[in-house]
Design a protein around this ligand. Structure first.
Ligand code: NOJ
Length: 553
């Protein structure tokens, strides 16, 4: 297997003289690979992935060609929301390893030339966090309760994102706010102690060498002071800010930006570290507020992820994304899958494509896996040619589908429980990934244990069945990442090309990118040399339906 030569490590405190050129800003065009620690690789065979498992596979990610990894939370946690319920922000859950394992993982990643982004969960703690335990013990009116949002009566009808009320009563009669699970009490960000604590947590991990933070629920920290009631629009549900002028009192309040300005100053004391917003905010112009020059560096572009599978929809979201970010001087990010949405190889196999965000279960219409994978490969090649930074979710390079038929008794997502089993939740995209077709747990770990059951089709998707196999999804990703670097696609300007029908075409640097979303095959320009194609061209050298081609003309 060829592997790229590791570039020198690029970490350490800033020590450059002021006349030196500005740092390279690695994140502007980086391809960042999301690792979901529970499901990436299990070194000790307990059925739950861990940090030593991650460290042992970092070389595979270098082979793949990514620039950085982002790890979902690995902190001590009761795991009621798969680790997004943090009980201690400065340690590692024994299920995932130890602080020493985290240091080792960070150092080995750096030695291989990979940056490391970790997840920060500031909107809420776990109910097992010492602060919440102290708040319960200290009682109403105490300074311990002031770190959270306690009231004598629920002041509004806010809903939990996972279903049910966002207010829960404790034994002494008071109620506390939790925008997610009952075990995830929301912090009160008007409290200076809360602010100081998270600055200290940032420094704790920055000093250990991490290259950045993905900030969970970045649009939720500050609530409207009056905790005003809110009429949830039918179309958006409790989680998403609607694309109109109304600001829900729990999301996207102007006050959040002050927090990120303070954090940015902290990060700027170090070299080239980044903040990435997970902010479910619409429209894109509003999302761009999070990446103004003195705030975060990137924000996930979920509007792109959910765009319709037509040339018009794709072009519109790409144009809007670039324009909104250009207006604030920020880099645009692109993403098609993550641990909260159904995998794009399945979403795009639905009718209509992308017609559902998550929670595909056995009683739902099933995605067409062949059509879905074909479109997913085309979508990926389009995404990896776009200027800016792209996020990949573990397993998408294998073309993994959503596991839509997990037996109910294995489900763990709180959304499944809090919706009284109406929402299948997100477990289907979180199944441990296959490395070796013929090993127990498909090479996820040394035993046959896996915290969510792996479907038998995993064998055909395993890495060892795809490596060095021309045309495999894995080799397509590898070629795309190599060519993206060689042609500098992440830093180019996009130049739309005139086309007819349901076709998207743009030039970026010396590469023509063409996606055929229509029913009929499309001709390439005369003399075009194909660099990479998501599927073979037809016998006449034309681009078939649901295919993206990178070509030089
Ligand atoms: C967003 C995370 O991505 C999701 O997995 C989690 O459930 C919520 N935030 C709450 O932390």
């Amino acid at each position: 297997m060829p592997s790229s030569a590791p570039p020198p490590p690029r970490t350490g405190l800033k020590a450059v003289p002021s006349s030196a050129p500005p740092p390279p800003q690695w994140w502007r065009d980086a391809v960042i690979y999301q690792i979901y620690p529970r499901s990436f690789a299990d070194a000790d065979g307990d059925g739950m992935g861990d940090l030593p498992g991650i460290t042992s596979h970092l070389g595979d990610l270098v082979d793949l060609g990514v620039d950085a990894v982002w790890l979902s939370p690995f902190y001590p946690s009761p795991q009621n929301d798969a680790g997004y319920d943090v009980a201690d922000y400065r340690d590692v859950d024994p299920r995932f390893g130890s602080l020493a394992d985290a240091d080792k993982m960070i150092n080995e990643a750096h030695a291989l030339g990979l940056k490391v982004i970790i997840d920060l969960v500031p909107n809420h703690t776990s109910s097992e966090h010492p602060w919440f335990q102290a708040a319960l013990a200290a009682g109403p009116g105490s300074s311990e309760r002031d770190r959270y949002i306690f009231r004598d009566e629920p002041p509004n009808g806010w809903r939990s994102t996972f279903g049910g009320s966002a207010w829960t009563q404790v034994d002494d009669g008071q109620w506390y706010l939790h925008l997610f699970d009952v075990t995830q009490p929301d912090l009160d960000w008007d409290n200076p102690e809360v602010r100081a604590e998270f600055v200290a947590v940032l420094r704790f991990w920055l000093d250990r060498g991490v290259d950045g933070f993905r900030v969970d629920v970045a649009h939720g920290l500050v609530k409207d002071r009056d905790l005003a009631d809110w009429e949830y629009p039918e179309s958006s549900g409790p989680w998403i800010v609607p694309p109109d002028d109304r600001r829900p009192p729990m999301w996207d309040q102007d006050g959040v930006h002050e927090i990120y300005r303070e954090w940015r100053q902290v990060l700027d004391e170090y070299d080239d570290r980044i903040l990435v917003a997970e902010a479910w905010v619409q429209p894109l112009e509003r999302l761009a507020h999070y990446v103004r020059p003195d705030e975060m560096h990137q924000a996930f572009n979920f509007e792109y992820l959910f765009a319709g599978w037509t040339a018009a929809d794709q072009r519109a979201v790409i144009e809007k994304s670039l324009a909104a970010n250009d207006a604030v001087g920020a880099v645009t990010t692109w993403v098609l899958s993550n641990h909260d949405v159904s995998r794009h190889s399945s979403r795009l196999g639905l009718t209509p494509p992308n017609g559902r965000r998550s929670g595909i279960g056995p009683s739902d219409p099933q995605p067409d896996s062949a059509v879905g994978l074909r479109r997913a490969r085309a979508a990926t090649l389009q995404m990896l040619a776009l200027p800016g930074s792209a996020y990949l979710y573990q397993g998408e390079e294998l073309g993994l589908p959503e596991h839509t038929t997990i037996p109910d008794e294995f489900r763990q997502d709180p959304a499944w429980f809090r919706s009284n089993h109406a929402d299948y939740g997100r477990d289907g995209c979180r199944v441990p990934i296959p490395w070796e077709a013929d090993s127990p747990s498909y090479g996820f770990g040394p035993s046959d244990k896996s915290w969510l059951p792996q479907p038998p089709v995993w064998a055909e998707y395993a890495l060892d069945r795809q490596r060095d196999v021309p045309g495999s999804t894995y080799e397509m990703y590898r070629s795309a990442l190599r060519l993206r670097k060689e042609h500098g696609l992440g830093v180019r300007t996009l130049d739309w090309q005139p086309v007819e029908g349901d076709v998207l075409a743009f030039r970026t640097g010396d590469v023509l990118v063409l996606t055929n979303l229509g029913a009929e095959p499309v001709e390439l320009p005369v003399g075009a040399t194909v660099l990479l194609s998501s599927e073979p061209l037809d016998g006449g050298g034309r681009v078939p339906t649901d295919v993206t081609v990178w070509a030089q003309v």
